[in-house]
Design a protein around this ligand. Sequence first.
Ligand code: ADE
Ligand code: ZN
Length: 334
Amino acid sequence: MSDAITVPKAELHCHIEGAAPPTLVKRLAEKHGTDVSSVLNGSGKYIWSDFTTFLKAYDTASSVFKTPADYALLAETYFRMLAAEGAIYGEIFISPDHAKAAGLSYRSYVEGLAAGMERAKTDTAIEGRMIAIGVRHFGSASVERIVKEVIGNPHPLVTGFGLAGDERSGHPANFAKAFRMAAEAGLGTTAHAGEFGGPDSVTAALEFLRVKRLGHGVRAIEDKELLKRLVDEEIVLEVCPGSNIALGVYTHLRFHPVNMLRKEGVKITLNSDDPPFFGTTLGKEYSSVTETFGWSFDDQMDVTRTAIEAAFCDEPTRNRLLVRLESAKQVPMA
Ligand code: ADE
Ligand code: ZN
């Protein structure tokens, strides 16, 4: 009975606005008088049909979070849910651009989210950190503004900087300056690449942004030389299989490269990306990949260990998380 104990989980790639349960979005839309009928259907499901309309639905759903208390509730809800699935650590992507569009300053946004994370941690012991992201299709000036805001308003739980948005727009070279500033300020860095873009996009992110972690990165499987580079440089992939299936990057999980990447020696982690949009959760990602590819308990433990080793947290926290992870093995199986 290898499933008698739940594998402790850790997540490195989840957009907090994309993690908003439709029920919460509906409730806040009513409170603020915001119309979200174009993105939420009668059965409480998000409406979108491709990557472009998904990004639009995501923007509209985000617009109902207007106060620090709204964001606190969102973060608390998400971290409690993660902990209930056996997660001991979660990093969330936060989008100051979306908060700004809803009328909130960077500082109020972060303080709201941090308050929610602390509340969840008090009850569940789940650790969390935030990675501020710039949105690629908003352009380099907006991405540089975000990194300056992060550096100018340091917060102990904001430990990373990243790039999300439409990978098909804007070359990574445009964002090199922002990433250099982030790295010099001691932030961990990650960038979405190799989701809708192919191997060239991954190579460009590595070359121009100097990241050691990649959001998705899965299309590196199409290039042997690049795969070797990922292995040699110990690049960690934030793999989001359910997201890739939902957005049509792959048709079925059995054709997804997550297992092959791992077999080739690439460091991979499992993540939910925008869970209610894609009908997934972190727990579902672990269980569907485990079932599809016949992974063992130890395979799943390895994935969580990789995530904790690559986490943008301080060393004492990392060591505590590793101890919690390894202690899962010592529970006698039923
Ligand atoms: N923002 C939210 N989800 C995203 C994804 N899957 N890819 C790029 N940007 C995103
Ligand atoms: Zn993402």
